[in-house]
Design a protein around this ligand. Structure first.
Ligand SMILES: Cc1ncc(COP(=O)(O)O)c(C=O)c1O
Length: 419
């Protein structure tokens, strides 16, 4: 008797992503650049189309039917995002263009009160988006940036963090899951420690919100940011979560329409949250489509996505070990694939990562090569650049096999040149 195997998550969802069903350079596409941006399921494409085909109108500005439909869908998506990250109130979710804008919002609005000598703690693994806004703030205010380094296993050094944090610390801003090392930082613990000193905590959750359940109340962070395009949503939309009282106390970031209550020639009062932070016509279709992406992920189940990705991670690292020429970065997963994210950054001796990526592209395989917007981390690791394969729940073990096969061929080819 043949016992039917349960379908993997990837097999179940694959047809939702038509873009994956194409040939690149004569080979079936293997898309392994998900940390840069994810692909979009049909329901998200359909939400964009439906909005422009049926509901297109400006939000919050009209009483006509299209405007109220657009407003309902736009605000409805906010409810979905709030529920997705377990925010206590929908007013705690502010739409932004992306995670970078969300961090800049906090740096300009909340950050403007900082004074010379106040300290901001970051880590050496931060994405440029969670570094440059704080550098600019430090230049404006005289605040001082401090950096947490890595442990021997290339993870966040919690002991060093404990030794850096003090009553001078006003902010700790750290990445939840590193887009290069793949380590999962102990953000709940970091937050608890920072709060003992009265410091605020911002979590860059760009690489965690798409891949695992996130509960902002359990994390107890002050702010958390994410980008829609990495979680099956469109580009041009992201969000800032902020604790209600804190957002209330923060001055507006950008001025203009939508963010006001009463306007006079010489002054204005501002709208209530979250609109105080949403000046001008927003990315309406994108917000609605992000709501569709959140529904899609919720229906699949974030626990399920996370555990399927852990299986892929175990397999990826097992197979990468077949290529001894590779240097892998970040912690190794345990046998169940847990303890790190479903991505691998690596170098292959003298072979330039761009050359690896170009050769893999010839085999239909999309990986990223470069500094992944973490130049200081690359300097810290003494690597000019790395190649990175990053997975999502629609990827398969067979695709990992294709990656390994192509990597082996590339390493052998360059090995024959260099040796
Ligand atoms: C960890 C991390 N933080 C921040 C960002 C910035 O996201 P965005 O460019 O969408 O603002 C990224 C995107 O690569 C990221 O991986």
């Amino acid at each position: 008797m043949v016992i039917a195997q349960p379908k993997t998550l990837a097999a179940e969802v694959r047809s939702d992503f038509p873009i994956l069903n194409q040939q690149i350079n004569g080979k079936p596409l293997v898309y392994l650049d998900n940390a840069a941006t994810s692909q979009k399921p049909l329901v998200v494409l359909e939400a964009l189309r439906h909005y422009y085909e049926w509901d297109n109108a400006n939000v919050h500005r009209g009483v006509h039917t299209l405007s109220s439909r657009a407003t309902d869908a736009y605000e409805g998506a906010r409810d979905k995002i709030a529920a997705f990250v377990n925010a206590a109130s929908r007013q705690e979710i502010v739409y932004t263009r992306n995670a970078s804008e969300a961090i800049n919002l906090v740096a300009y609005s909340w950050g403007s009160q900082l004074q010379a000598g106040d300290e901001i703690i970051l880590s050496v693994m931060e994405h440029h988006s969670n570094l440059i806004p704080w550098q600019m703030l430090a230049q404006r205010t005289g605040a001082v940036l401090k950096f947490v380094g890595l442990t021997a296993t290339q993870e966040f050094d919690l002991d060093q963090f404990r030794s850096l944090v003090s009553n001078k610390t006003k902010l700790v801003s750290v990445v939840h899951v590193s887009n290069t090392l793949g380590c999962i930082n102990p953000v709940q613990e970091i937050t608890a420690i920072a709060h003992q000193y009265g410091a605020k905590v911002l979590i860059d959750a760009c690489q965690s919100v798409p891949h695992m359940p996130i509960d902002v109340q359990a994390l107890d962070c002050d702010w958390l940011v994410a980008s829609g395009h990495k979680m099956c949503g469109p580009t041009g939309i992201g969000f800032l979560y902020g604790q209600l009282d804190l957002l209330r106390a923060m001055p507006p970031f950008l001025g203009g329409g939508e963010m006001i209550a009463d306007v006079f020639l010489d002054h204005a009062t501002y709208a209530d949250l979250p609109h105080k932070f949403e000046a001008g016509t927003p990315a309406i279709a994108e917000a609605i489509a992000l709501g569709a992406a959140v529904d899609y992920l919720t229906n699949l189940g974030m626990e399920r996505i996370h555990s399927y990705e852990a299986e892929l991670t175990a397999y990826l690292f097992k197979r990468l070990a077949d290529i001894p020429e590779l240097t892998l970065f970040g912690p190794r997963p345990n046998e169940h694939g847990e303890g790190r994210a479903a991505l691998a950054a690596f170098t292959a001796g003298m072979v330039h990562p761009h050359d690896l990526s170009t050769i893999l592209d010839q085999a239909g395989i999309a990986i990223r090569a470069g500094h992944h917007c973490t130049q200081p981390l690359h300097r810290y690791l003494e690597a000019q650049s790395t190649a990175r394969a990053s997975l999502y729940f629609y990827n398969t073990e067979a695709e990992i096999d294709r990656l390994i096969e192509a990597l082996k061929e590339a390493v052998d080819f360059f090995g024959s040149i260099f040796n």
